[in-house]
Design a protein around this ligand. Structure first.
Ligand code: AHG
Ligand code: MN
Ligand code: MN
Length: 341
C-alpha cells in the first residue's frame, strides 16, 4: 500500500517554529491550543441541528446584536483553552464587553494577547450555511502580570499570527505567522487538521465581487460606481464579474482567497464606520490577505496601519485581490462623498 505523507497542523507548527521571532515554543503551543478548541467548536456546529443549542440566548452583546447560544459556547471554549494553555495573558472577544485578563494561568511564558471573533456569521447556523472563527495574536507590550487593554489595541501590522477556521462542507483552518499562508483541512476520520493548501496565494485579479447589495442605496458614490463597473460588459476585462455574498465574512473571504475576488463592507449612511470590527475581523483577515499577496484597505488607508483605540471599533473594509482593491480605492477617490471615507 502506498503510504501518503500527511503533515498535521501540530507537526507543521513545530517544523515552522524556528521562523518565530522569539522562538521558545509558546506561540506554537498557543496555535495548537486554538486548533484543538476549534475541533470542539466544529463538533458542536455540526450537531447544531440536533441539540438545543440553536436560537437566541435572549441577550444582546455590546454592539446591540442578538447573541446566539453557539456564539457563547465558542467563546467559552476558546477562552478556557487559552486560560489553561498558559501562553495568553489577555483575551478579547466580540462576545465580551471588556478584556479578560488571565490571572490564574499567568506564567513567565504568558506573552501573548489574543483577540477573537469566536463565531462569525452565526446568524447562518440555523440555515446550515458556513460559519467561522477568526483569531488575531499579538506579543504583549505590557510587562509581566495580567495583560492590559493596551496589549489588545496594537496596530494590525504588529500581529505575530492570525487565522480563521471555516466550518463548511469541510472544516479548514488557515493561518499565517508572517511567513506566507497555509491551509489545513480537518480529516474527521483521524480528528486532525492536515496540510491541504500549502503557501496559499490569492490571484492578483479575480472575477468575483462580494458585497451586500441590499444596502446599495446607503453606499458611498464610489462603491455604487464600482458595483456598476463590475456589472458592465467588457470583453477585455472579462466583465461582468460574478456576485457572491454569503453573509459570513469567513466563508466569503475564504472563497475569494482561493478563487480571487474582492470583499467589501463599506461605510453606509446608516453606519458611517461600516459594520465589521477592526480588532478581531478586519486586522486578522488583512494580515492573511497581505501574506497571500493581496491587499486590505478601508477604502483609502492600509487596514494594518489603522490606529486601534477601542476594542470593538468598526471600520469600512475592502479586501482581496490586489488589483481589485486598488480599483475600488480609485473609484472612491474619483467619486468622493463629503463626510465619508
Ligand atoms: P458576526 O456573526 O460575528 O456578528 O459577524 C457577521 C458579519 C460578517 O460575518 C458578515 O460579513 C457580515 O456580518 C454580514 O453583514 P450583513 O448581513 O449586514 O451583510
Ligand atoms: Mn463576525
Ligand atoms: Mn461573531
Amino acid at each position: 500500500m502506498n503510504a501518503q505523507r500527511i503533515t498535521t497542523l501540530g507537526q507543521f507548527i513545530i517544523e515552522r517554529q524556528a521562523e518565530f521571532p522569539y522562538s521558545k515554543g509558546q506561540l506554537s503551543r498557543l496555535l495548537r491550543d486554538i486548533g484543538i478548541a476549534s475541533k470542539i467548536v466544529n463538533r458542536e456546529v455540526n450537531k447544531a441541528g440536533l441539540v438545543n443549542i440553536l436560537g437566541d440566548t435572549g441577550e444582546t452583546n455590546i454592539q446591540g446584536e442578538t447573541v446566539k447560544k453557539l456564539d457563547l459556547f465558542a467563546n467559552e471554549q476558546f477562552k478556557a483553552a487559552l486560560k489553561a494553555g498558559g501562553e495568553c495573558c489577555v483575551f478579547a472577544s466580540e462576545e465580551d464587553d471588556e478584556i479578560t485578563t488571565i490571572e490564574g494561568a499567568v506564567s513567565a511564558d504568558a506573552k501573548y494577547a489574543v483577540l477573537m471573533d469566536p463565531l462569525d456569521g452565526s446568524s447562518n447556523i440555523d440555515v446550515n450555511v458556513s460559519v467561522g472563527t477568526i483569531f488575531s495574536i499579538y506579543r504583549r507590550v505590557s510587562q509581566e502580570g495580567p495583560g492590559l487593554l493596551s496589549d489588545c489595541l496594537q496596530k494590525g501590522m504588529h500581529q505575530v499570527a492570525a487565522g480563521y477556521v471555516v466550518y463548511g462542507s469541510s472544516t479548514m483552518l488557515v493561518y499565517t505567522t508572517g511567513h506566507g499562508v497555509n491551509g489545513f483541512t480537518l480529516d474527521p476520520s483521524i480528528g486532525e487538521f492536515c496540510l491541504s493548501h500549502p503557501d496559499m496565494r490569492i490571484p492578483e485579479q479575480g472575477f468575483i465581487y462580494s458585497v451586500n447589495e441590499g444596502n446599495y442605496i446607503h453606499f458611498p458614490q464610489g462603491i455604487k460606481q464600482y458595483i456598476k463597473y463590475c456589472q458592465a460588459y467588457d470583453e477585455t476585462t472579462s466583465r461582468p464579474y460574478n456576485s457572491r455574498y454569503i453573509g459570513s465574512m469567513v466563508a466569503d473571504f475564504h472563497r475569494n482567497l482561493l478563487k480571487g475576488g474582492v470583499f467589501i463592507y463599506p461605510a453606509t449612511g446608516k453606519a458611517p464606520k461600516g459594520k465589521l470590527r477592526l480588532g478581531y475581523e478586519c486586522n486578522p483577515m488583512a494580515f492573511i490577505v497581505e501574506q497571500a499577496g493581496g491587499k486590505a484597505s478601508d477604502g483609502k488607508n492600509r487596514i494594518l496601519e489603522l490606529e486601534s483605540t477601542d476594542l470593538h471599533q468598526r471600520t469600512p473594509v475592502v479586501l482581496g485581490s490586489r488589483r481589485m482593491v486598488e480599483k475600488v480605492e480609485s473609484f472612491l477617490r474619483e467619486f468622493p462623498d463629503p463626510g465619508s471615507f
